[in-house]
Ligand binder design. Structure first.
Ligand SMILES: Cc1cc2nc3c(=O)[nH]c(=O)nc-3n(C[C@H](O)[C@H](O)[C@H](O)COP(=O)(O)OP(=O)(O)OC[C@H]3O[C@@H](n4cnc5c(N)ncnc54)[C@H](O)[C@@H]3O)c2cc1C
Length: 424
């Protein structure tokens, strides 16, 4: 598998991008204290939307046509990296709203759907979510049990999704279901994707309680019972649902990887600060070689994760640019892009591969960095009030969601062997 020529990659940012990132930095600082307070109380951070709305972050990579800022994927990732320093909860909120929320619509919705739904989301009036996982279909979404039936002017959805990030508050989400076979009544048809808005009848939400981390963002179980979806809310073509879900995961993984860099950065900064003030055995912790070994490992994780994630962001940008140009020239782009366009398939595979590698690597590094920093803090790190403890508990989730890391390892391994070696 060939990557883009590295000489095509430019990680320099303009004055305009720099200015935006400094707004993200200020907004993150503004949220810091309240985020810690909400975490200790285990309640949703209700200032995230107003604070990020003010600087346009809620539509950072979305086209200006739909009220976004139209930034490239590198800028978006650098913003998530900064936000990740404040903990993975806030970043998770944004991943669900933007990466596996808005970007799914931007990539796959028709013009009428984009005009109807996206502007509300970039203004923060409508919060997005992505509902794919089910109790019996986690790592293998193709085994999902949720079904839909096609009626004259609508679809009827029945089934259950769980762990949906932002699911308790979302106004808009995409979900995925198999067509029910009219002869035997079983859901064994191809998977399609639907835009579900909060006014659709027949959906019940229940918050998932007692999570071990990510306490200021909420997850929900969603029960669809004879839920009516108007025909206009089919996303993409009928039967294209799994491709849509998998392309959403490219963006989801990239966002997790970018946020993970922030986690490593903050753990490193906290560990350096503490090693310079804590004295044991007659000297500062920072002067002990084993403590320096912990710090060195974090530094290496930070630098190597950045390199991977920034490359992944540029690779994803190449895919985006190609798709947007293709759409302009082809009315039937959905059909053509998926089936027969070789360049699209190559760019998509490249983006998929490097975002998978980035997420696998950076999330493992973040968990490792958080673990090491709790160790450096000793008992001072073993309290919920410690930033590094929060990173530790939050980071446990990032090796599980957007593709559990075992499954990503299989994806990376089998891709390097070839099509006959798919191991999952
Ligand atoms: C905090 C959080 C937020 C989430 N947010 C969302 C969301 O917004 N939307 C959404 O749709 N879902 C969401 N999820 C669900 C998440 O995507 C799934 O948890 C994940 O895909 C794994 O599925 P599972 O939990 O059913 O685990 P399983 O698939 O049951 O896997 C259990 C373990 O087995 C391993 N495993 C599975 N298959 C194989 C294999 N073939 N070989 C070796 N090992 C294997 C896995 O790696 C894992 O370690 C979220 C989950 C969490 C924890």
């Amino acid at each position: 598998m060939r990557y883009h020529d590295l000489s095509e990659m430019n990680f320099n940012i303009s004055k305009r991008q720099e200015k935006f990132l400094s707004k993200v930095d200020n907004a993150s600082k503004l949220l810091r204290e309240y985020e810690e307070e909400c975490y200790l109380k285990g309640r949703i951070n209700d200032r995230v939307v107003p604070v990020f709305k003010n600087i346009g972050m809620l539509g950072c990579p979305i086209s200006t046509i739909y009220g976004g800022l139209g930034y490239d994927f590198l800028t978006y990732c650098l913003a998530l990296e900064r936000i990740g320093e404040e903990g993975s909860s806030v970043r998770t909120f944004l991943s669900a709203h933007i990466s596996i929320g808005q970007l799914v619509l931007q990539g796959w919705a028709n013009e009428a759907q984009k005009k109807e739904y996206l502007p509300h989301t970039t203004r923060g009036e409508s919060i997005m979510a992505f509902a794919l996982t089910e109790p019996n279909a986690g790592s293998d979404p193709s085994s999902m049990e949720m079904v839909f039936e096609e009626k004259s002017d609508h679809y009827v959805l029945n089934g259950r999704k769980h762990w949906v990030g932002n699911g308790t508050i979302a106004d808009l989400l995409t979900t995925y279901a198999k067509e029910r076979n009219s002869k035997d009544g079983r859901g064994n048809g191809r998977i399609s994707s639907f835009i579900v808005d909060k006014d659709c009848q027949g959906i019940r939400r229940k918050e998932i309680k007692n999570k071990m981390g990510l306490l200021t963002v909420k997850n929900a179980e969603l029960l669809f019972r004879n839920c009516i979806i108007p025909k206009k809310n089919l996303l993409g073509l009928k039967g294209q649902g799994l491709s849509i879900a998998y392309s959403a995961l490219i963006d989801g993984r990239l966002s997790v990887a970018a946020g993970a860099i922030g986690v490593i950065k903050d753990c490193l900064a906290e560990s350096i600060r503490y090693s310079k003030i804590r004295t044991q055995h007659g000297g500062l912790l920072g002067k002990k070689q084993l403590i320096q070994d912990h710090l060195a490992k974090m530094v290496v994780s930070l630098e190597s994760s950045k390199w991977l994630v920034y490359r992944a962001a540029i690779t994803r940008q190449h895919l985006h640019d190609y798709v947007e140009n293709f759409k302009k020239d082809n009315m039937d782009w959905q059909l053509k892009l998926n089936k027969s366009d070789k360049k699209y398939i190559r760019l998509r595979n490249q983006a998929d591969r490097i975002s998978t590698i980035s997420k696998f690597y950076a999330s493992n590094c973040a968990l490792d960095a958080a673990n090491r920093s709790v160790q450096i803090f000793g008992s001072a790190g073993y309290t919920k009030k410690s930033r590094v403890a929060r990173h530790f508990l939050d980071s446990r989730a990032i090796t599980i969601y957007e593709g559990a890391n075992e499954v990503l390892a299989l994806k990376i391994g089998s891709q390097s062997l070839g099509n006959d070696f798919k191991a999952y």
